[in-house]
Design a protein. Structure first.
Length: 256
């Protein structure tokens, strides 16, 4: 946290495109960093935890936990309310392939995409269509393109305000970091970049989260394990914020 606070000026949203011209991000005053946990990798597996860090002068984190299967709809809807705000830029790590893709799948399953459009149809320049399929046709007409093959309507609605930080990190680590990461996991990056000062002790592993969450749902009485899931998710989100700050500091200093 100290690293982020001490270097906030380097991570201002207006600097992102100047520091990373290839990003081509639609920048806004408020920057959001999102990370999710799920019960598996299929479209039918639930989103059980979502943390969103907001960076705009200071850092605040909101966490949403799916207390039971029926509450997932409310969690998804609340997350969409936050990330679809037109005055924000959204950052993820591997979000194109995982976080945003999975949120999109679950939002479509619950009908939350349609609700988000109807709620904010005017600012999205979309009529109040009743189905994602009809929405896609209108988006194609408005934007001159169509959703991806897997129909990621959520990425479309973000309308250029989402930056997957994995895209920026790949090139950066090839050029700047002496120690090559053994993998692309956030916890690995924390260890090779000492400025972060993130120390995880006795933390639940990402691969353990689906089983731990299922035991909470079907057996109960493991609130301590739930707290470990939430802690893991919050730390991942804060690490996202620190990573972007680190990239901006290093790239900005190189250009001076």
């Amino acid at each position: 946290m100290d690293y982020i606070v001490n270097n906030l000026s380097s991570a201002r949203s207006g600097k992102i495109n100047r520091v990373f011209p290839g990003a081509n991000l639609k920048v806004h005053p408020t920057m959001m960093f999102l990370d999710i946990e799920t019960t598996g990798l299929s479209p039918y597996d639930m989103v059980n935890t979502v943390s969103i860090a907001r960076l705009n002068g200071d850092l605040k984190v909101n966490t949403y936990f799916t207390i039971d299967p029926e509450s997932e709809e409310a969690v998804i809807s609340k997350v969409l309310d936050e990330i679809l705000s037109p005055s924000t830029s959204l950052f993820t790590y591997n979000g194109k392939s995982f976080d945003i893709s999975r949120l999109n799948e679950r939002a479509v399953a619950w009908g939350a995409i349609d609700k988000a459009i109807r709620k904010d149809g005017q600012s999205l320049l979309l009529p109040n269509y009743a189905s994602p399929a009809r929405m896609a046709l209108q988006l194609q007409k408005n934007a001159g393109s169509s959703p991806t093959d897997h129909q990621n309507y959520l990425e479309f609605l973000l309308n250029g305000r989402h930056q997957d930080l994995m895209d920026l990190f790949g090139d950066f680590f090839k050029r700047q970091v002496k120690e090559k990461p053994r993998d692309g996991q956030l916890q690995t990056l924390e260890k090779i970049i000492p400025e972060f000062g993130v120390h995880r002790k006795n933390e639940i592993l990402g691969r353990e989260i689906p089983g731990t969450y299922r035991r909470f749902i079907y057996e109960g009485d493991n609130e301590k394990d739930v707290a470990r899931i939430i802690e893991h998710n919050v730390l991942d989100t804060i690490t996202l914020t620190a990573l972007l700050t680190y990239l901006c500091v290093k790239e900005e200093s190189k250009k001076k």
